[in-house]
Design a protein around this ligand. Structure first.
Ligand code: 5GP
Length: 138
């Protein structure tokens, strides 16, 4: 069932986007506010709110399209030889468009982007945290 969000509209051709690739169920298009030129959004044509809502088949297709498009970006621009793959899953994580998508952000030396800061676990905390997660996955 299509939603009313921007990416459903782009998938349906009701809103324009600079598409660079399309498979049966997935589209890849330029982010309108690129971190670096060639910043791409990968999204399913069908609506899923986020990664957790998506089925296995669409995720497989998305990652294969991602690899293809990322390789194309690297080939297309001499200055890029790396990229970040970024998913903002949920509002608190920075997800603005409530339709599953992730970002391919091409990277070049000196582009000014930095990695997020890492904290340290306290005594015994890592074991406790890992155990909590493992219990949900068993
Ligand atoms: P999010 O924060 O949800 O992970 O990413 C949403 C992305 O959509 C942002 O990077 C933003 O620049 C991009 N965006 C917002 N509006 C439009 C639009 O109308 N067209 C395109 N191509 N990208 C958009």
């Amino acid at each position: 069932m299509p939603n009313d969000d921007l990416f459903c509209k782009i998938a349906a051709g009701e809103e324009s986007a600079h598409k660079v690739y399309e498979s049966e169920n997935v589209i890849a298009f330029l982010d309108i506010n690129p971190v670096n030129p060639g910043h791409i959004l990968i999204t399913p044509k069908k609506h899923y709110n986020d990664l957790l809502a998506a089925d296995d088949e669409i995720l497989q297709e998305m990652i294969l399209v991602t690899r293809k498009v990322a390789a194309g970006i690297i080939l297309a621009f001499d200055e890029y030889d790396a990229f970040n793959l970024k998913l903002n899953n949920g509002r608190i994580a920075g997800q603005v468009i409530p339709h599953l998508h992730w970002h391919i952000i091409p990277r070049k030396s000196g582009d000014g982007l930095t990695q997020w800061p890492g904290k340290q676990y306290g005594e015994g905390e890592a074991e406790e945290v890992a155990e909590k997660i493992k219990n949900q996955l068993a």
